[in-house]
Design a protein around this ligand. Sequence first.
Ligand code: ATP
Length: 440
Amino acid sequence: MAQAIDTEEITEKSDEKPELTFKSLGIVDVLCEACLRLKWTTPTRIQEEGIPLALEGKDIIGLAETGSGKTAAFAIPILQALLEKPSRLFALILTPTRELAYQISEQFEALGSGIGVKCGVIVGGMDMVSQALVLGKRPHVLIATPGRLLDHLENTKGFNLKSLKYLVMDEADRILNMDFEVDLDKILKVIPKQRHTYLFSATMTKKVQKLQRASLKDPVKVEVSSKYQTVEKLQQYYLFIPAKYKDCYLVSIINEMAGNSFMVFCGTCSNTTRTALLLRSLGVQAIPLNGQMSQTKRLGALNNFKAKPGSILVATDVASRGLDIPHVDFIINFDIPTHSKDYIHRVGRTARAGRSGRSVSFVTQYDVELYQRIEFLIGKKLPEFPTVQDEVLLLMERVNEAQRIAKMEMKDLEEKKKKRKVDDEDDNRIIPYKKKKYRK
Ligand SMILES: Nc1ncnc2c1ncn2[C@@H]1O[C@H](COP(=O)(O)OP(=O)(O)OP(=O)(O)O)[C@@H](O)[C@H]1O
Protein backbone atom coordinates (compact mmCIF):
# COMPACT_ATOMS: atom_id res chain seq x y z
CA MET A 1 0.00 0.00 0.00
CA ALA A 2 2.75 2.45 1.03
CA GLN A 3 4.57 1.49 -2.15
CA ALA A 4 1.51 2.35 -4.28
CA ILE A 5 1.12 5.77 -2.69
CA ASP A 6 4.77 6.56 -3.42
CA THR A 7 4.40 5.65 -7.08
CA GLU A 8 1.29 7.79 -7.40
CA GLU A 9 3.11 10.72 -5.90
CA ILE A 10 6.01 10.27 -8.28
CA THR A 11 3.68 10.03 -11.29
CA GLU A 12 1.81 13.12 -10.22
CA LYS A 13 5.03 15.09 -9.82
CA SER A 14 6.49 14.08 -13.18
CA ASP A 15 3.25 15.12 -14.94
CA GLU A 16 3.62 18.63 -13.61
CA LYS A 17 4.99 21.08 -16.15
CA PRO A 18 8.06 22.91 -14.88
CA GLU A 19 7.04 26.40 -13.90
CA LEU A 20 7.59 28.88 -16.70
CA THR A 21 9.69 31.81 -15.51
CA PHE A 22 12.17 34.19 -17.06
CA LYS A 23 14.87 32.22 -15.29
CA SER A 24 13.68 28.99 -16.91
CA LEU A 25 14.15 30.67 -20.31
CA GLY A 26 17.82 31.21 -19.52
CA ILE A 27 17.63 34.81 -18.33
CA VAL A 28 20.28 35.89 -15.82
CA ASP A 29 19.25 36.84 -12.27
CA VAL A 30 19.76 40.58 -12.57
CA LEU A 31 17.31 40.75 -15.50
CA CYS A 32 14.85 38.34 -13.83
CA GLU A 33 14.83 40.69 -10.86
CA ALA A 34 14.07 43.62 -13.16
CA CYS A 35 11.10 41.68 -14.59
CA LEU A 36 9.82 40.98 -11.09
CA ARG A 37 10.14 44.66 -10.19
CA LEU A 38 7.86 45.36 -13.16
CA LYS A 39 5.52 42.67 -11.71
CA TRP A 40 6.10 40.34 -14.64
CA THR A 41 6.12 36.86 -13.14
CA THR A 42 5.52 34.75 -16.25
CA PRO A 43 6.85 35.37 -19.75
CA THR A 44 4.20 36.03 -22.40
CA ARG A 45 4.00 33.63 -25.35
CA ILE A 46 6.15 35.68 -27.70
CA GLN A 47 8.73 36.02 -24.91
CA GLU A 48 8.56 32.30 -24.09
CA GLU A 49 9.12 31.32 -27.70
CA GLY A 50 11.35 34.15 -28.88
CA ILE A 51 13.80 34.68 -26.03
CA PRO A 52 15.46 31.21 -26.02
CA LEU A 53 16.01 31.45 -29.80
CA ALA A 54 17.44 34.94 -29.45
CA LEU A 55 19.78 33.71 -26.72
CA GLU A 56 21.00 31.03 -29.15
CA GLY A 57 21.99 33.87 -31.48
CA LYS A 58 19.26 33.42 -34.09
CA ASP A 59 17.79 36.22 -36.16
CA ILE A 60 14.08 36.50 -35.48
CA ILE A 61 10.92 37.60 -37.20
CA GLY A 62 8.35 37.87 -34.43
CA LEU A 63 4.61 38.15 -35.01
CA ALA A 64 2.36 38.49 -31.98
CA GLU A 65 -0.78 40.42 -31.24
CA THR A 66 -0.87 43.98 -29.91
CA GLY A 67 -0.01 44.41 -26.24
CA SER A 68 1.61 41.00 -25.94
CA GLY A 69 5.05 42.09 -24.74
CA LYS A 70 7.05 42.15 -27.97
CA THR A 71 9.26 45.00 -26.72
CA ALA A 72 10.65 42.91 -23.88
CA ALA A 73 10.94 39.92 -26.24
CA PHE A 74 13.70 41.77 -28.07
CA ALA A 75 14.97 43.98 -25.23
CA ILE A 76 15.75 41.19 -22.74
CA PRO A 77 18.08 39.15 -25.01
CA ILE A 78 19.85 42.32 -26.13
CA LEU A 79 20.44 43.35 -22.51
CA GLN A 80 21.69 39.89 -21.66
CA ALA A 81 24.14 39.99 -24.56
CA LEU A 82 25.23 43.46 -23.51
CA LEU A 83 25.87 42.23 -20.02
CA GLU A 84 28.07 39.44 -21.38
CA LYS A 85 30.11 41.77 -23.58
CA PRO A 86 29.60 45.36 -22.49
CA SER A 87 30.16 47.82 -25.30
CA ARG A 88 28.91 51.23 -26.36
CA LEU A 89 26.65 51.61 -29.42
CA PHE A 90 25.70 47.99 -29.10
CA ALA A 91 22.17 48.00 -30.47
CA LEU A 92 20.11 50.14 -32.85
CA ILE A 93 16.34 50.00 -32.49
CA LEU A 94 14.34 51.51 -35.33
CA THR A 95 10.73 52.40 -34.71
CA PRO A 96 8.22 54.43 -36.74
CA THR A 97 7.18 57.23 -34.36
CA ARG A 98 8.85 59.58 -31.93
CA GLU A 99 6.56 58.68 -29.03
CA LEU A 100 7.32 55.03 -29.51
CA ALA A 101 11.06 55.70 -29.55
CA TYR A 102 10.85 57.28 -26.07
CA GLN A 103 8.60 54.50 -24.81
CA ILE A 104 11.04 51.81 -25.96
CA SER A 105 13.88 53.69 -24.34
CA GLU A 106 11.96 53.75 -21.03
CA GLN A 107 11.41 50.02 -21.25
CA PHE A 108 15.11 49.33 -21.91
CA GLU A 109 15.99 51.54 -18.97
CA ALA A 110 13.48 49.84 -16.66
CA LEU A 111 14.72 46.37 -17.63
CA GLY A 112 18.37 47.38 -17.66
CA SER A 113 18.37 49.48 -14.49
CA GLY A 114 20.38 46.83 -12.62
CA ILE A 115 23.11 46.77 -15.24
CA GLY A 116 23.37 50.52 -15.80
CA VAL A 117 22.29 50.53 -19.43
CA LYS A 118 22.50 53.91 -21.16
CA CYS A 119 19.98 54.67 -23.90
CA GLY A 120 19.90 57.47 -26.44
CA VAL A 121 16.92 58.59 -28.51
CA ILE A 122 17.20 60.25 -31.92
CA VAL A 123 13.97 61.31 -33.57
CA GLY A 124 12.75 63.54 -36.39
CA GLY A 125 12.28 67.16 -35.39
CA MET A 126 15.45 67.21 -33.29
CA ASP A 127 18.08 69.68 -34.41
CA MET A 128 21.58 68.54 -35.27
CA VAL A 129 22.98 69.86 -32.02
CA SER A 130 20.64 67.72 -29.90
CA GLN A 131 21.34 64.69 -32.07
CA ALA A 132 25.08 65.18 -31.74
CA LEU A 133 24.66 65.49 -27.96
CA VAL A 134 22.84 62.15 -27.82
CA LEU A 135 25.47 60.43 -29.94
CA GLY A 136 28.27 62.12 -28.04
CA LYS A 137 27.20 60.26 -24.92
CA ARG A 138 27.80 57.01 -26.81
CA PRO A 139 24.77 55.12 -25.47
CA HIS A 140 24.67 51.31 -25.36
CA VAL A 141 21.28 51.28 -27.04
CA LEU A 142 20.26 53.83 -29.63
CA ILE A 143 16.55 54.11 -30.36
CA ALA A 144 15.63 56.07 -33.46
CA THR A 145 13.03 56.88 -36.05
CA PRO A 146 14.69 56.11 -39.39
CA GLY A 147 14.40 59.49 -41.15
CA ARG A 148 17.77 60.89 -42.06
CA LEU A 149 19.42 58.97 -39.29
CA LEU A 150 22.15 57.39 -41.31
CA ASP A 151 23.35 60.67 -42.81
CA HIS A 152 23.72 62.01 -39.30
CA LEU A 153 25.44 58.91 -38.04
CA GLU A 154 27.87 58.90 -40.92
CA ASN A 155 28.71 62.55 -40.37
CA THR A 156 29.20 62.24 -36.63
CA LYS A 157 32.81 62.12 -35.64
CA GLY A 158 33.75 59.10 -33.58
CA PHE A 159 30.54 57.22 -34.32
CA ASN A 160 31.26 53.86 -35.79
CA LEU A 161 28.30 51.88 -37.01
CA LYS A 162 30.48 48.83 -37.17
CA SER A 163 30.23 48.47 -33.41
CA LEU A 164 26.51 47.75 -33.66
CA LYS A 165 25.78 44.13 -32.86
CA TYR A 166 22.01 44.25 -32.87
CA LEU A 167 19.50 45.78 -35.24
CA VAL A 168 15.81 45.76 -34.37
CA MET A 169 12.94 46.97 -36.50
CA ASP A 170 9.99 47.39 -34.21
CA GLU A 171 6.71 47.66 -36.16
CA ALA A 172 8.82 46.26 -39.00
CA ASP A 173 6.04 46.28 -41.60
CA ARG A 174 5.38 49.98 -40.94
CA ILE A 175 9.03 50.93 -41.14
CA LEU A 176 9.39 49.10 -44.41
CA ASN A 177 6.39 50.95 -45.79
CA MET A 178 7.75 54.37 -44.90
CA ASP A 179 9.70 56.50 -47.29
CA PHE A 180 12.97 55.63 -45.64
CA GLU A 181 13.87 52.53 -47.55
CA VAL A 182 16.96 54.07 -49.05
CA ASP A 183 18.22 54.71 -45.58
CA LEU A 184 17.42 51.18 -44.56
CA ASP A 185 19.31 49.70 -47.47
CA LYS A 186 22.24 51.84 -46.43
CA ILE A 187 21.93 50.88 -42.80
CA LEU A 188 21.86 47.21 -43.68
CA LYS A 189 24.98 47.65 -45.77
CA VAL A 190 26.92 49.56 -43.15
CA ILE A 191 26.11 47.47 -40.11
CA PRO A 192 28.39 44.42 -40.05
CA LYS A 193 27.01 41.21 -41.48
CA GLN A 194 27.49 39.34 -38.22
CA ARG A 195 24.89 41.55 -36.52
CA HIS A 196 21.75 40.02 -35.08
CA THR A 197 18.52 41.27 -36.54
CA TYR A 198 15.04 41.18 -35.03
CA LEU A 199 11.91 42.22 -36.87
CA PHE A 200 8.80 42.49 -34.72
CA SER A 201 5.20 43.53 -35.34
CA ALA A 202 1.57 42.60 -34.78
CA THR A 203 1.03 42.60 -38.55
CA MET A 204 3.39 41.59 -41.33
CA THR A 205 3.74 42.27 -45.04
CA LYS A 206 5.46 40.74 -48.00
CA LYS A 207 8.11 43.45 -47.76
CA VAL A 208 9.34 41.93 -44.52
CA GLN A 209 9.84 38.64 -46.31
CA LYS A 210 11.65 40.45 -49.10
CA LEU A 211 13.99 42.08 -46.63
CA GLN A 212 14.45 38.79 -44.93
CA ARG A 213 15.56 37.12 -48.15
CA ALA A 214 17.84 40.00 -49.04
CA SER A 215 19.64 40.62 -45.82
CA LEU A 216 18.93 38.34 -42.90
CA LYS A 217 20.80 35.17 -42.21
CA ASP A 218 18.30 32.37 -41.93
CA PRO A 219 15.87 34.00 -39.49
CA VAL A 220 13.49 31.98 -37.37
CA LYS A 221 9.85 32.99 -37.65
CA VAL A 222 8.15 33.09 -34.30
CA GLU A 223 4.47 33.50 -35.01
CA VAL A 224 2.26 33.32 -31.97
CA SER A 225 -0.73 34.94 -33.67
CA SER A 226 -2.08 35.06 -37.18
CA LYS A 227 -1.08 37.98 -39.40
CA TYR A 228 -4.17 40.09 -38.76
CA GLN A 229 -5.37 38.96 -35.36
CA THR A 230 -7.06 41.27 -32.91
CA VAL A 231 -6.88 40.69 -29.18
CA GLU A 232 -9.28 38.16 -27.69
CA LYS A 233 -10.37 40.27 -24.73
CA LEU A 234 -11.31 43.17 -26.96
CA GLN A 235 -15.01 43.71 -27.59
CA GLN A 236 -15.29 45.25 -31.04
CA TYR A 237 -18.34 47.01 -32.45
CA TYR A 238 -19.30 49.08 -35.45
CA LEU A 239 -21.87 51.84 -35.51
CA PHE A 240 -23.61 52.83 -38.70
CA ILE A 241 -24.50 56.54 -38.68
CA PRO A 242 -25.39 59.19 -41.22
CA ALA A 243 -22.27 61.36 -41.73
CA LYS A 244 -24.08 64.56 -40.68
CA TYR A 245 -24.69 63.20 -37.15
CA LYS A 246 -21.22 61.98 -36.43
CA ASP A 247 -20.32 64.50 -33.92
CA CYS A 248 -23.55 63.85 -31.96
CA TYR A 249 -22.82 60.14 -31.69
CA LEU A 250 -19.27 60.78 -30.54
CA VAL A 251 -20.43 63.12 -27.79
CA SER A 252 -23.19 60.73 -26.78
CA ILE A 253 -20.84 57.75 -26.36
CA ILE A 254 -18.29 59.82 -24.47
CA ASN A 255 -21.01 61.16 -22.15
CA GLU A 256 -22.47 57.75 -21.56
CA MET A 257 -19.10 56.17 -20.83
CA ALA A 258 -17.75 59.09 -18.79
CA GLY A 259 -14.88 58.02 -16.55
CA ASN A 260 -13.34 55.74 -19.20
CA SER A 261 -10.09 56.70 -20.94
CA PHE A 262 -10.69 57.06 -24.66
CA MET A 263 -8.52 57.24 -27.72
CA VAL A 264 -10.43 58.77 -30.63
CA PHE A 265 -8.81 58.25 -34.03
CA CYS A 266 -9.29 60.76 -36.85
CA GLY A 267 -8.16 60.63 -40.48
CA THR A 268 -6.52 64.07 -40.60
CA CYS A 269 -4.51 66.37 -38.36
CA SER A 270 -7.09 69.12 -38.68
CA ASN A 271 -9.92 66.82 -37.65
CA THR A 272 -8.05 65.95 -34.44
CA THR A 273 -7.80 69.67 -33.61
CA ARG A 274 -11.41 70.37 -34.56
CA THR A 275 -12.76 67.39 -32.61
CA ALA A 276 -10.69 68.20 -29.52
CA LEU A 277 -11.89 71.82 -29.62
CA LEU A 278 -15.49 70.68 -30.02
CA LEU A 279 -15.25 68.28 -27.07
CA ARG A 280 -13.52 70.88 -24.94
CA SER A 281 -16.23 73.41 -25.55
CA LEU A 282 -18.61 70.80 -24.15
CA GLY A 283 -16.50 70.55 -21.00
CA VAL A 284 -14.74 67.28 -21.93
CA GLN A 285 -10.98 66.85 -21.22
CA ALA A 286 -9.81 66.28 -24.82
CA ILE A 287 -6.18 66.35 -25.93
CA PRO A 288 -5.18 66.47 -29.62
CA LEU A 289 -2.12 64.60 -30.90
CA ASN A 290 -0.94 64.71 -34.50
CA GLY A 291 2.19 64.80 -36.61
CA GLN A 292 1.87 68.50 -37.36
CA MET A 293 2.45 69.40 -33.72
CA SER A 294 5.93 70.27 -32.51
CA GLN A 295 7.98 67.60 -30.77
CA THR A 296 7.51 69.26 -27.38
CA LYS A 297 3.75 69.55 -27.84
CA ARG A 298 3.45 65.92 -28.96
CA LEU A 299 5.26 64.62 -25.90
CA GLY A 300 3.36 67.05 -23.68
CA ALA A 301 0.01 65.85 -25.07
CA LEU A 302 0.92 62.23 -24.50
CA ASN A 303 2.17 62.79 -20.95
CA ASN A 304 -0.92 64.80 -20.18
CA PHE A 305 -3.14 61.95 -21.39
CA LYS A 306 -1.11 59.34 -19.50
CA ALA A 307 -1.36 61.33 -16.29
CA LYS A 308 -5.12 61.78 -16.50
CA PRO A 309 -7.15 58.60 -16.56
CA GLY A 310 -10.64 59.47 -17.75
CA SER A 311 -9.40 61.92 -20.39
CA ILE A 312 -9.60 61.65 -24.17
CA LEU A 313 -6.74 61.59 -26.66
CA VAL A 314 -7.86 62.64 -30.13
CA ALA A 315 -5.17 61.42 -32.50
CA THR A 316 -4.19 60.53 -36.04
CA ASP A 317 -2.47 57.27 -36.86
CA VAL A 318 0.71 58.73 -35.39
CA ALA A 319 -0.65 57.19 -32.16
CA SER A 320 -1.98 53.96 -33.64
CA ARG A 321 1.23 51.95 -33.38
CA GLY A 322 2.83 50.54 -30.30
CA LEU A 323 1.82 53.09 -27.65
CA ASP A 324 1.37 51.32 -24.34
CA ILE A 325 -0.98 53.19 -22.03
CA PRO A 326 -2.55 50.53 -19.82
CA HIS A 327 -5.51 52.64 -18.64
CA VAL A 328 -6.98 53.10 -22.14
CA ASP A 329 -10.27 51.24 -22.15
CA PHE A 330 -12.16 52.57 -25.16
CA ILE A 331 -11.11 53.16 -28.77
CA ILE A 332 -13.31 55.09 -31.16
CA ASN A 333 -12.55 55.05 -34.87
CA PHE A 334 -14.23 58.36 -35.52
CA ASP A 335 -12.90 58.24 -39.09
CA ILE A 336 -12.51 54.74 -40.41
CA PRO A 337 -8.84 53.91 -41.17
CA THR A 338 -8.05 53.93 -44.89
CA HIS A 339 -5.48 51.17 -44.50
CA SER A 340 -7.27 48.21 -42.96
CA LYS A 341 -4.12 47.07 -41.17
CA ASP A 342 -4.13 50.30 -39.16
CA TYR A 343 -7.43 49.12 -37.67
CA ILE A 344 -5.63 46.29 -35.88
CA HIS A 345 -3.06 48.66 -34.40
CA ARG A 346 -5.59 51.33 -33.43
CA VAL A 347 -7.90 48.98 -31.55
CA GLY A 348 -4.81 47.35 -30.04
CA ARG A 349 -4.19 50.48 -27.94
CA THR A 350 -6.66 48.95 -25.49
CA ALA A 351 -6.99 45.43 -24.04
CA ARG A 352 -3.24 45.24 -23.44
CA ALA A 353 -1.31 42.65 -21.44
CA GLY A 354 -4.36 40.48 -20.78
CA ARG A 355 -6.74 43.32 -19.86
CA SER A 356 -10.10 43.84 -21.52
CA GLY A 357 -11.22 46.78 -23.63
CA ARG A 358 -13.77 47.99 -26.15
CA SER A 359 -13.71 49.60 -29.57
CA VAL A 360 -16.35 51.10 -31.82
CA SER A 361 -15.85 52.08 -35.45
CA PHE A 362 -18.11 54.75 -36.93
CA VAL A 363 -19.26 53.78 -40.41
CA THR A 364 -21.02 56.36 -42.56
CA GLN A 365 -22.60 55.91 -45.96
CA TYR A 366 -19.18 56.76 -47.46
CA ASP A 367 -17.19 54.18 -45.51
CA VAL A 368 -19.04 50.96 -46.18
CA GLU A 369 -16.44 49.54 -48.55
CA LEU A 370 -13.51 50.39 -46.26
CA TYR A 371 -15.36 48.86 -43.33
CA GLN A 372 -16.08 45.66 -45.25
CA ARG A 373 -12.38 45.39 -46.02
CA ILE A 374 -11.63 45.57 -42.31
CA GLU A 375 -14.13 42.83 -41.50
CA PHE A 376 -12.59 40.72 -44.23
CA LEU A 377 -9.08 41.32 -42.89
CA ILE A 378 -9.89 40.40 -39.30
CA GLY A 379 -12.12 37.53 -40.46
CA LYS A 380 -15.18 38.42 -38.40
CA LYS A 381 -18.45 40.26 -38.55
CA LEU A 382 -18.75 42.70 -35.69
CA PRO A 383 -21.95 43.45 -33.74
CA GLU A 384 -23.52 46.93 -33.89
CA PHE A 385 -22.89 49.16 -30.88
CA PRO A 386 -26.20 49.67 -29.07
CA THR A 387 -27.44 53.28 -29.15
CA VAL A 388 -30.86 54.93 -29.32
CA GLN A 389 -30.89 57.47 -32.13
CA ASP A 390 -33.67 59.60 -30.61
CA GLU A 391 -31.67 60.00 -27.41
CA VAL A 392 -28.48 60.81 -29.32
CA LEU A 393 -30.22 63.49 -31.35
CA LEU A 394 -31.38 65.25 -28.20
CA LEU A 395 -27.78 66.49 -28.04
CA MET A 396 -28.05 68.12 -31.45
CA GLU A 397 -28.51 71.69 -30.27
CA ARG A 398 -25.57 71.65 -27.85
CA VAL A 399 -23.35 69.91 -30.40
CA ASN A 400 -24.27 72.43 -33.11
CA GLU A 401 -23.22 75.25 -30.81
CA ALA A 402 -19.97 73.43 -29.96
CA GLN A 403 -19.31 72.93 -33.68
CA ARG A 404 -19.73 76.67 -34.24
CA ILE A 405 -17.28 77.51 -31.45
CA ALA A 406 -14.76 74.91 -32.67
CA LYS A 407 -14.95 76.36 -36.18
CA MET A 408 -14.20 79.85 -34.89
CA GLU A 409 -11.30 78.62 -32.77
CA MET A 410 -9.87 76.70 -35.73
CA LYS A 411 -9.96 79.89 -37.76
CA ASP A 412 -8.11 81.75 -35.00
CA LEU A 413 -5.48 79.02 -34.84
CA GLU A 414 -4.99 79.11 -38.60
CA GLU A 415 -4.54 82.86 -38.55
CA LYS A 416 -1.98 82.58 -35.77
CA LYS A 417 -0.17 79.90 -37.76
CA LYS A 418 -0.11 82.12 -40.86
CA LYS A 419 1.29 84.96 -38.81
CA ARG A 420 3.99 82.68 -37.39
CA LYS A 421 4.90 81.61 -40.91
CA VAL A 422 5.37 85.22 -41.99
CA ASP A 423 7.56 85.79 -38.91
CA ASP A 424 9.60 82.71 -39.80
CA GLU A 425 10.07 83.96 -43.34
CA ASP A 426 11.32 87.25 -41.93
CA ASP A 427 13.78 85.33 -39.78
CA ASN A 428 14.86 83.46 -42.87
CA ARG A 429 15.80 86.66 -44.55
CA ILE A 430 18.03 87.56 -41.64
CA ILE A 431 19.83 84.25 -41.26
CA PRO A 432 18.98 82.28 -44.40
CA TYR A 433 21.86 79.82 -44.25
CA LYS A 434 21.30 78.64 -40.70
CA LYS A 435 17.56 78.22 -41.15
CA LYS A 436 17.97 76.14 -44.26
CA LYS A 437 20.44 73.89 -42.60
CA TYR A 438 18.23 73.28 -39.58
CA ARG A 439 15.14 72.64 -41.62
CA LYS A 440 16.61 69.82 -43.66
N1 ATP B 1 5.80 38.99 -19.07
C1 ATP B 1 4.96 39.98 -18.87
N2 ATP B 1 4.02 39.92 -17.90
C2 ATP B 1 3.15 40.95 -17.69
N3 ATP B 1 3.15 42.09 -18.41
C3 ATP B 1 4.06 42.20 -19.40
C4 ATP B 1 5.02 41.18 -19.67
N4 ATP B 1 5.81 41.59 -20.69
C5 ATP B 1 5.37 42.82 -21.05
N5 ATP B 1 4.33 43.20 -20.28
C6 ATP B 1 3.55 44.45 -20.34
O1 ATP B 1 2.67 44.33 -21.46
C7 ATP B 1 2.40 45.60 -22.01
C8 ATP B 1 2.50 45.54 -23.51
O2 ATP B 1 3.82 45.31 -23.92
P1 ATP B 1 4.41 45.89 -25.29
O3 ATP B 1 4.17 47.35 -25.36
O4 ATP B 1 5.78 45.38 -25.43
O5 ATP B 1 3.42 45.17 -26.33
P2 ATP B 1 3.60 44.95 -27.90
O6 ATP B 1 3.41 43.49 -28.14
O7 ATP B 1 4.85 45.56 -28.38
O8 ATP B 1 2.32 45.73 -28.44
P3 ATP B 1 2.11 46.56 -29.83
O9 ATP B 1 1.99 45.55 -30.95
O10 ATP B 1 0.82 47.27 -29.60
O11 ATP B 1 3.28 47.44 -30.00
C9 ATP B 1 3.38 46.57 -21.37
O12 ATP B 1 2.67 47.36 -20.42
C10 ATP B 1 4.38 45.69 -20.65
O13 ATP B 1 4.82 46.30 -19.46
